[in-house]
Write a protein that binds this ligand. Structure first.
Ligand SMILES: Cc1cc2nc3c(=O)[nH]c(=O)nc-3n(C[C@H](O)[C@H](O)[C@H](O)COP(=O)(O)OP(=O)(O)OC[C@H]3O[C@@H](n4cnc5c(N)ncnc54)[C@H](O)[C@@H]3O)c2cc1C
Length: 417
């Protein structure tokens, strides 16, 4: 939207969320290292020459070039329902589908109802509230010892970057702030356990960096339990195969992605990847039709909901942004009304980063140079500098810098409201 030629196109954005969320710093907001508004950018503030409707696209009529929408003025969560709200439709000349994905629950009973996800600001807000709630409830007089221990058991399912970064931020909160603000006897009960079905955590990172994180977490008494299957989740415990019931106070679920319901609705007309149900596009990001695999005229898809045929790129903001920039430039510079770029999209992998707690991070740029890997405090400076630089607006850059400074001076705020 930012890079499209607004003199040439009337641009309309349809999204139930009226703001962009800078997800790399989402985990930091879930414990209060920075505040929620530091990472959101209102859609309308990008440009006053676009139209924005707070609605959800519920279906697309490709023949009539029409998008069917449902108004979504209420509070949004990533698990949106497709019912209620007023309906309306809009016609298009060119359509870009970038609806992202949902958290994958693998249909495990109880996950949707009891687990906390970390995909949006609302999720981070709920997690922050729950952490404080666990500490406050555990400090209630007369509560039995077991219940106190259970409430202060924080469980994370998923050892990818999201699960690791959340664990790291929670560890910082407990060791820097909870220790100062809650009675010592209470904080010493706090435990963290991270479960993953894979044999190792951070599988997408270089193996040395993954082992480094494992070692650091071990020293912090964060238990890492790999090759574990969650069979069921209840309100106060989860059931691990061959291990039995594990009580918890907070369960954060960070196990990967599943398709957005809109993609499922379109599955009778568009080609989907058999493995992860993403929409398949050609190298110019044009959506392919089901069965024939011919392209749908003037319909493009990018981000977490799409995949280029025979080119499996990770579902990251880095890929989404590069595709978006490629597409915007392509359709802004060609002479025909909505013809795409001439050359195919090429991804330039700039590497990965993750925060691992206690002012340490990982930087894995082995895709750029074999030896470009870093861990520890220097990597943390790189991690902070990179994400500070990528933050979109100057306003948020200032807010983030202020909150980092305030947290360093006074600690995180533990008010619950
Ligand atoms: C905690 C966390 C940390 C991350 N850290 C990194 C990182 O450090 N580096 C990195 O590269 N990537 C990171 N990612 C991944 C990155 O956020 C995603 O890959 C990226 O946001 C995908 O962009 P997208 O536009 O496809 O989807 P999204 O950013 O999910 O945006 C989808 C938009 O579509 C809207 N929408 C949904 N359904 C509909 C509908 N039916 N109609 C209309 N609108 C709809 C949503 O409200 C949303 O506004 C992280 C993700 C998370 C959750």
């Amino acid at each position: 939207m930012q890079e499209l030629n607004k003199g040439r196109y009337n641009v309309t954005i349809i999204s139930p969320r009226n703001h962009f969320v800078f997800t790399p710093l989402l985990a930091s907001t879930s414990v209060g290292t920075i505040e929620f508004r530091c990472i959101t950018e209102p859609v309308r503030s990008y440009s006053n020459s676009i139209s924005y409707y707070q609605a959800q696209c519920s279906n697309i009529d490709f023949e009539k070039q029409q998008v069917l929408c449902t108004s979504r003025i209420g509070e949004s969560t990533f698990m949106l329902l497709l019912e209620d709200g007023e309906s309306f439709s809009l016609t298009y000349d060119a359509l870009v589908i970038a609806v992202g994905s949902y958290c994958n629950t693998f249909d495990i009973p109880g996950v949707k109802e009891h687990a906390y996800f970390l995909k949006d600001v609302n999720d981070a807000r709920r997690i922050r509230k729950r952490i404080i709630e666990c500490f406050e409830e555990a400090s209630r007089p007369g509560l039995d010892e077991k219940r106190k221990n259970d409430l202060l058991h924080f469980v994370i399912v998923g050892g990818g970057p999201t699960g690791i970064e959340f664990s790291a931020e929670l560890y910082d909160f407990i060791s820097d702030d909870a220790i100062r603000t809650y009675p010592e006897g209470l904080v010493s009960r706090a435990r963290m356990t991270l479960y993953d079905v894979a044999p190792q955590i951070l599988g997408s990172f270089d193996s040395h960096l993954s082992e480094y994180t494992h070692e650091k977490f071990k020293r912090k008494d964060i238990q890492i339990k790999t090759r574990r299957f969650v069979d069921q989740v209840e309100g106060d415990h989860l059931v691990i195969r061959n291990e039995g019931k594990v009580p918890y106070g907070l369960l954060v679920w960070a196990t990967g992605l599943m398709p957005n319901p809109l993609v499922e609705t379109l599955s009778d007309r568009v080609a989907l990847d058999a493995q992860n149900q993403r929409m398949i596009t050609d190298g110019k990001l044009q959506v392919l039709k089901k069965v024939t695999n011919s392209m749908l005229q003037n319909v493009y898809a990018l981000g977490d909901c799409a995949k280029i045929e025979n080119n499996d790129l990770p579902a990251t903001a880095q890929v989404a942004m590069q595709k978006a920039s490629y597409l915007a430039k392509g359709i802004s510079t060609t002479t025909a009304k909505t013809t795409p770029a001439v050359t195919n999209f090429i991804f330039k992998n700039r590497g990965m980063m993750a925060y691992i707690g206690s002012s340490e991070a990982l930087v894995d740029m082995s895709s750029v140079h074999e030896r470009a890997k870093q861990s520890g405090h220097l990597a943390w400076y790189l991690w902070r500098s990179a994400y500070f630089g990528m933050t979109v607006s100057t306003r948020n850059k200032l807010l983030i810098a202020c909150h980092w400074f305030l947290t360093w001076c006074f600690g995180r705020d533990i008010s619950r409201f």
